[in-house]
Design a protein around this ligand. Sequence first.
Ligand SMILES: [Zn+2]
Length: 224
Amino acid sequence: MKRVFFCMIMLVLLLASAAAEERPPMIALTFDDGPSEYTKEMLELLAENDCRATFFMIGQYVEMMPEMPQIVVDSGCEVGTHTLAHRPLNELSEYKIYSDLDKCINQIEELTGEHIRWLRPPWGKVSAGTYVACRRLDLLIVKWSLDSKDWESRDAEKIMQQILENVKDGDVILCHDTYPETLEAMRIVLPELKARGYELVTVSELFSHFEGELKSTTFYYRLN
Ligand SMILES: [Zn+2]
């Protein structure tokens, strides 16, 4: 009888520790099309609010601001690739996709020493050749589940509403670090999301909670 009682206590303790390990609500903010003159300020704002994000950079802009990938990494954020020149991948040959992504990855990896894990395809457009290239380069593809539409509205108030009215746990949010209006919106959005209990993490951190194996032969747009 004593032994049964002991086992039951152990079971309760085990279940309690499993519950304690359950993840908090999480969101991955992503910023495409940089680096730009607004990237540094965005990083400062993220740090002030104890938030992290992923920056999907365009190779030709990295060439113009080669210090930016390391600054992003140093601030605890993540760098992903958004291709060399923002051409739609579904219009390129398999060879061109491979050589484009290969160049981007090497460029950023040489600057930071960090392995690039994620591709955000321009306009979210992919093709069979994209999957082949990603498998060869050990890249994962991430689209988004919530579009801030900052590229469309260019209005801080609307960007704020679009995010705060639609956000859910596990979302990947598409934004751009190329507009001052996005930066302005984030001054409200970041503290508000934190106040709602969300943790703002990188794409890699969000998908570390993915159930199952992540594969280059598909794309991801939100957690589960
Ligand atoms: Zn883009």
